[in-house]
Design a binder for this molecule. Structure first.
Ligand code: MSP
Length: 522
């Protein structure tokens, strides 16, 4: 189904000044699920994550901890790398900006852009926020303070190197207009275009070593290190061994980035300009998701009113400790609920109840009960083996039609970067199975000795659940493998190519399928 040959998805590389939390877990889980979706639909796919280790902030924190920046980076990068497998997240590569393979490519690109005349030396004075690692204009400040950190920025004047970003303004506006889905969802494209209505300034891309040494030395002036964003963005190509690597040639044409809205500007403005200046094709899509907020601590009050303090504390605890969230919902439950609950692109206020309610409705009730009912009845009425389907009536055909159409419908949502809707499509099949069982009442047919009717109903129910399980595998690789096994699909590779009839009559099913125990609400 996919048009482009390959799919290459990246997450932001996370700063090493904090441990993984729910925010980075959400992005990385989504990238993992997207990779699995593209593979399920037959596309050659690659998934990159990693850590962003240079810059003022890391240097400052390391100094205050009495350790070297390298030791701090090793420790926290290690924590990220070790965290992801605990959530069944399986990146194909993990890049660190302190690795030689990365530094080499940053220097190569800097030299190329410098030689082309797009980097010049100049003097700049401005208000600098260490937290954001950037200069602010007076207009951007709120009461003279950084809008992100609430701190008063320092005035710094120094000589630095600048990237002639202003030269690319018109080109970028045209690009955003010609490729309306380059940045999605639409609200973020509009935000970029609004920003580009003001003149685009050149970007300061160096820091003098007199002030900061923790960075990549400029290839054309050893008294300077590279600005952390110019360094970090390049990870997406350095990890593919740009410019000559086989991976670069194979995967760059299919590159899509996944980021939170906080870093829209570097990815939507700096990065395309940098790519164009370096003669590298721009990404296929920049996919921007919203923010998980906690009861007004970011993004104001919620529409559900003030949260109870205890509820807020619990939300904060789970936000900071995704391992605790995974032990509450199970790894698969956490993955599903995060991806299903957040409408891609919008913010969402996080609470324990929000996810527990979703878990109980979709997983414990619709999918879990549906699966257990089907499997138990196959044991009770059909000797524990997939029955032969008999004559098909309208109600059966409706279910078969829905199940056969679901893979293409789910794929359309994956391609449009609406992962929440792809999952809704799959769970919708489980809901249909429950209604179908209520309609068909195989227990009555069994009592009446209608073995053929029972066979049809239970075959159709199990087959539909098997299709749902394949479409949910990317979100829940563990539990959906278990479900497919329980239904007798264990040895068959999952398929999302549509159609019907994957279950072979006579194949034994499990004794029971208890996948998602109900969780108490607090
Ligand atoms: N190092 C830069 C990115 C460089 S990419 C070339 C950076 N790092 S970060 O550690 O701050 O990570 C930011 C990203 O973490 C967000 O874009 C998002 O993916 C994720 N999230 C952090 N907090 C989040 C929420 N509260 N909600 C959703 N995602 C969040 O920026």
């Amino acid at each position: 189904m996919p048009d482009i040959n390959t799919f290459y998805i990246t997450t932001p590389i996370y700063y090493v000044n904090g441990e993984p939390h729910l925010g980075s877990t959400y992005t990385t889980t989504l990238a993992d699920a997207l990779t699995r979706y593209h593979r399920l639909y037959g596309q050659d796919s690659r998934f990159l994550t990693g850590t962003d280790e240079h810059g003022d902030k890391v240097a400052l924190i390391a100094a205050s901890n009495d350790e070297t920046p390298q030791a701090l980076a090793d420790r926290v990068s290690g924590a990220f790398r070790a965290m992801w497998p605990r959530f069944d997240i399986a990146p194909d590569d993990f890049i660190r900006t302190t690795e030689e393979r990365h530094k080499r490519v940053v220097q190569k690109i800097l030299q190329k852009v410098y030689d082309a005349g797009d980097i010049y030396f100049g003097e700049y004075g401005g208000l600098y926020c260490v937290g954001c690692e950037r200069f602010y204009t007076e207009k951007e400040l709120v009461d003279g303070r950084c809008p992100q950190h609430g701190t008063v920025p320092q005035y710094i004047a120094e000589q630095n190197y600048f990237f002639r970003m202003s030269r690319y303004q018109e080109w970028l506006v045209n690009l955003l207009n010609e490729q309306p889905d380059l940045v999605r969802p639409e609200q973020y494209r509009r935000e970029l275009l609004a920003f580009l209505r003001e003149p685009l300034e050149d970007l300061c891309i160096s820091r003098p070593k007199s002030r900061l040494t923790w960075g990549i030395t400029l290839p054309f002036d050893e008294n300077y290190v590279t600005y952390v964003w110019f360094d970090a963005l390049i990870n997406y190509v350095s990890a593919l061994d740009y410019p000559d690597g086989a991976l670069y040639h194979r995967y760059w044409p299919g590159v899509q980035h996944l980021v939170g809205k906080d870093i829209l500007k570097p990815h939507g403005i700096y990065w395309p300009c940098m790519l164009q200046a370096a003669g590298i094709p721009v990404y296929q899509h920049l996919n921007v998701h919203g923010y998980w907020t906690i009861g007004g601590f970011k993004g104001g009050k919620t529409d559900r009113g003030e949260l109870q303090e205890a509820e807020r504390q619990e939300a904060l605890r789970l936000f900071r400790d995704p391992v605790a969230l995974a032990s509450l919902l199970g790894v698969d439950g956490m993955r599903y609920c995060l991806l299903r609950e957040m409408a891609f692109g919008n913010d969402l206020d996080f609470t324990r109840d929000l996810l527990v309610t979703r878990y109980n409705a979709d997983l414990a009730h619709d999918l879990g009960n549906g699966a257990n009912r089907a499997v138990s009845m196959i044991n009770r009425y059909c000797g524990g083996a997939v029955p032969d389907p008999g004559q098909e009536f309208d109600v059966d055909r409706d279910l078969r039609d829905a199940a056969s159409a679901a893979p293409a419908r789910a794929w359309a949502h994956v391609e449009a970067m609406e992962p929440h809707l792809a999952l809704a499509e799959a769970i919708g099949l489980a809901q249909k199975v429950n209604r179908y069982l209520e309609d068909k009442k195989p227990w009555t047919a069994h009592k009446n000795g209608d073995a053929e009717g029972v066979g049809t109903t239970l075959y159709y129910a199990a087959e539909t659940l098997g299709i749902a399980a394949s479409l949910l595998l990317p979100a829940m690789p563990g539990k959906m493998t278990e479900l497919r096994r329980a239904l007798g699909l264990g040895d068959q590779p999952p398929s999302a190519s549509g159609g019907w009839g994957y279950l072979d009559p006579g194949t034994p099913v499990a004794r029971e399928a208890r996948l998602f125990p109900t969780i108490e609400r607090e």
